[in-house]
Write a protein that binds this ligand. Sequence first.
Ligand code: PXG
Length: 455
Amino acid sequence: MQTTTQQTTQWQELDLQHHMHPFTDHVDLYQVKPQIMVRGEGVYIYDSEGQQLLDGMAGLWCVNVGYGRDEIVDAVAQQMRQLPYYNNFFKTSTPPTLELAHELSKLTPEGVNYFFFANSGSEANDTNIRLVQTYWSLLGKPEKKVLISRHNAYHGSTIAGASLTGMVAMHDIHAVPIPDIVHIANPDWYASGGTVEPQEFGVQTALALEQKILELGADNIAAFFAEPIQGAGGVIVPPASYWPEIQRICKKYDVLLVVDEVITGFGRTGQWFGSHTYSIKPDLMTLAKGLSSGYLPIAASAVGERMADVFRKKEGRFMHGYTYGGHPAAACAALKNIEIMQREHLVTQVGSDTGPYFQQQLATLLDHPWVSYVRGEGLMACVVLSPDKARRAAFAPLGFISNLVRNQCFANGLVTRAVGDGLVFSPPLTITRLQIDELVTKLRKSLDDVYRTHA
Ligand code: PXG
C-alpha cells in the first residue's frame, strides 16, 4: 500500500476531528499525533510513512499467528459468501460455531468441554459473572455472590469487567466497581521488595484469598477470578507455590475458580493454556485474543463439567446473550487460526525453543544500569527499570522513563508498551530466534538512547 505524507496528515486530521481513542489522554495524543498503521506481514507492521516496526506486542497481545495469513481471510470470505450471519439464540446453530466448540474441547484442560461465545474478553467476563451467579442460584445458594479478584488484575473494560479489574485508575466513576466484588493482593514478588524468598511469598500471597474468604464467610463467596500470569498488570509471574495453594483454598471453601486466559491462552506461555503451565483445573475460563489471533473479534467462556452439568440438567432459561456471539465468520477465523497453530507446531516451538530463548536474551539486558528485573514465561515478558536497582526504587514520576523508552523503541522500529516502570512484550508466536535478536538489539539501543540523555 503506497501512502504519502499528505495522506498521513489528512488521516491525523480525521483522527483529531472524529475519533475518540481507548485509554488515551487526547490532549497528549494531539501533541504527538497518532501513528497510522496500514499493513502487516509476519511479525512486522508498517505505518503510513513506510516505517517498518517489529511488533513486540502482537497487536494487543493477540496476533499469535502473525500478520498476513491469507488462508484465514479465505476461510472467512467463503463463510461470508455462504452465510454471513446467523445467531444461536432460539434453538439454532451454525456449523463453524459447533466445529469451533468441538476443537476447543480438545485443547482446553480436561473437563472443560462446553462453550458460550462472545465478541471480546470483557463480554466473556461479564458472561462469566452471570454464569457463576446463575450456577449458585440454580443450586439454591443465591447468597454465594461475592467475587474475589486481585490488585492490578485486568479483566476488561465494560462496567462489570472494569469492576473485576484491579486497577484503581479504572474505578474512577460512580458505577465502578459494581457491588460484591473485592480485590486481594497479587503475587508480585519484585514489587513486594523481595525480602521473603519467592516460594514462601507465593504461599503467603495465596493465603490472602483464604483470609478474605474467612472474613466475608465462605457461604457468601461465589468465585475467584484470576489470570494465570497477570498480563496488562505487568506480566506478573507467580512463584510455583502460588497456584497449588490457590486451588487448595478454592476447593476447601467451595469457591469456583475462574481462570482468565485472554492473554495466556493459545500458546502464549509455551503450552496451549496458562492452566496447563500451572496445572490449574478451572471451573470456568475466559478465552479471546489468540483464539482468532485478532483476525476477527471472538471470545468464549469455557465451562467446566461441574458447572456444565448444572446448566445442562436444571430447567430454566439462561437469560443472556450477544447478537454476534459465535458469529460464523469469526468462528471460521478461529478454526483456521487453530489449524495453523497446530500445523506449524507453534505451541511446541514456543515451549521448547523460542520461549526460553526469548527469556534468556531479554535477561542479557540485566547488565544495563536501568534494567532491574526481567520476568516472563514463553513469549510474554516484562523488563522492569529502576534508577536504583539495589533498592528497586521507582522512577519519579512512575513510568516517566519507561514511556520515553517506549517512544524511542517506536522510533527505532520496535513496538512495546510501558506498564509502570516496566516494558512489556508479547510478540507473535511465529517470531524466530533471529527476530528475537533484532527485538533485543532494538530494545537495548532504545534504552541506551534514553539513558544518554536522562541518566
Ligand atoms: N481479560 C484479560 C486477561 C485481558 O488481558 C480482557 C480480559 C478484556 O478483553 P477485551 O477483548 O474486552 O479487550 C483483557 C484485555 C494492555 C491491554 O494495554 C490489555 C488488554 C486490552 C487492552 C489493552 O495491556 N487486555
